[in-house]
Design a protein around this ligand. Structure first.
Ligand SMILES: Cc1cc2nc3c(=O)[nH]c(=O)nc-3n(C[C@H](O)[C@H](O)[C@H](O)COP(=O)(O)OP(=O)(O)OC[C@H]3O[C@@H](n4cnc5c(N)ncnc54)[C@H](O)[C@@H]3O)c2cc1C
Length: 413
């Protein structure tokens, strides 16, 4: 073994930097139990510790950190939604993303490259104009582009894909990507540094509810008393809610994505087509990532299918024909918790101290920072809903006050 390896490897001048402390025994009780160690659960833990000094917190993750949809998403970050409620909320998240690398002292590889959504019909052009107006009103950088401008922005794009000529585009300069694992690990590392306990391989199997309040969670490692619970389990939201004794209008569908071999850089912006139901982007490593809508049937399964592969590749080739030479490297899926209006369900639940962060479907990665911040505010205030998430309350469905983002979500995520 080279001497320098021992000299520097064992030197106290260069201590080993451990991101997460070794696992501890579970305590018998915590002030806050967070179910789900994805980005949302970890961000909530971090902001509870950072802004509210609440550190007697356990994040319970049944598998490994960020191994759910946080690890499976295609990392699209944007705020060009349709409703004022949606635009305000996601814009704040985009702002928070921009400073996360500095805040964590950890590179989340935030890359602002803009997002272009193609319109192939008059109706879509009209809808995009409205989105551009709403976005601009709330400070977003979103505008309409004509065919010539699109050609200049993305020279390799087929302007007449699938007999659906591109008529115009919605250009969102704030569109970005970030390394999803780094986001989860950044939050985990900083939360743990402040005293939060993160327990992997710890599954919440049941809840103890008495007098309308949650008193304890039952896990595969024993029962833990708790002051309150935050449920942040994405695709498993309905299952957990059922254990808490209520239902939510959420159905879980698989969502798949895939990636090719690396190419030299040819595509800077993220490009999506709502008519072709497909989006294409190139990673900083040169791979081409593409995805589309959820599978058309409910299922708790993360297998990938040949059907989807064929239809999605067909759509991607219509947009970028030269990709017919590409070799596909990987295909994967996650379980997405879809709501009827394509907006999340956040805030109070029918159980007094049981808080919800759910309904993140195909669009929740971009909301990770603002979810963590607002969920932490909700918990710390003992259930006072922050204004920003008030429109996303579960009770909106009983009051017919949906926040419809279906058209602005579709295949763009
Ligand atoms: C293929 C794909 C592409 C996507 N692309 C985008 C995109 O480009 N942009 C975007 O904004 N969003 C995208 N999304 C959606 C996004 O990934 C999710 O909305 C987001 O990651 C949700 O984060 P989370 O922390 O709530 O959930 P997760 O990361 O899924 O974390 C939930 C965790 O809860 C754990 N859990 C479940 N049940 C229990 C239990 N009983 N006890 C303990 N732990 C439990 C799970 O193991 C999991 O780790 C995509 C999703 C998929 C699948």
């Amino acid at each position: 073994m080279p001497f320098s390896l021992l000299k520097y490897g064992l030197s106290s001048d260069y201590p080993v930097d451990v991101d997460l402390p070794a696992p501890k025994e579970l305590k018998s009780s915590y002030d806050v139990v967070i179910i789900g160690g994805g980005g949302h659960g970890l961000a909530t833990a971090y902001y509870l510790a950072k802004y509210h000094n609440i550190t007697n917190v356990a994040v319970l993750e049944k598998a490994y950190l960020g191994g759910g949809n946080t690890a499976r998403n295609t990392a699209v970050i944007r705020s060009n939604y349709l409703t004022p409620e949606g635009v305000r909320f996601y814009s704040e998240s985009v702002r928070m993303f921009q400073s996360l690398s500095n805040e964590f002292d950890y590179n989340i590889m935030y890359s602002e490259r803009g997002q272009l959504t193609l319109a192939h019909t008059d109706a879509t052009v009209r809808a995009f104009r409205q989105r551009a107006e709403v976005n601009t009103h709330f400070g977003g950088r979103t505008e309409m582009l004509d065919r010539q401008q699109i050609r200049e922005l993305v020279p390799s794009l087929n302007m007449d894909p699938g007999h659906l000529p591109v008529m115009a585009g919605l250009w969102h300069k704030d569109g970005a990507t970030a390394r999803h694992d780094a986001v989860a690990w950044g939050y985990a590392k900083e939360a743990a540094k402040r005293g939060v306990e993160i327990h992997q391989l710890t599954e919440v199997q049941d809840l103890v509810i008495e007098g309308g309040k949650v008193r304890a969670v039952k896990t595969n490692r024993g029962t833990i008393q708790c002051g309150c619970v935050v449920q942040a389990v994405a695709g498993h939201s309905s299952i957990l809610a059922k254990k808490a004794g209520f239902t939510m209008p959420i159905i879980s569908y698989p969502l798949q994505a895939m990636v090719t071999q690396p190419f030299k850089p040819f595509l800077d912006p993220l490009v999506s087509s709502s008519a072709l139901h497909c989006y294409v982007q190139q990673t900083s490593r040169g791979e081409v990532v593409f995805g589309g809508g959820s599978d058309p049937y409910p299922l708790y399964n993360t297998r990938s299918t040949l059907d989807l592969k064929e239809s999605l590749i067909g759509a991607a080739l219509e947009m970028f024909p030269f990709l017919s030479q590409a070799r596909l490297m990987r295909q994967w899926a996650g379980t997405t918790d879809m709501t009827p209006d394509y907006s999340p369900i956040m805030g109070l639940s029918p159980v007094e101290n049981y808080y919800l962060d759910a309904g993140w479907g195909t669009w929740g990665f971009k909301a990770t920072p603002i979810c963590g911040k607002t969920m932490a505010e909700l918990v710390a205030s003992g259930g006072k809903t922050p204004d920003l998430i008030a429109p996303f309350a579960l009770e909106r469905f009983a009051r017919f006050r949906q926040v419809n983002e279906m058209g602005a979500t579709a295949a763009s995520h």
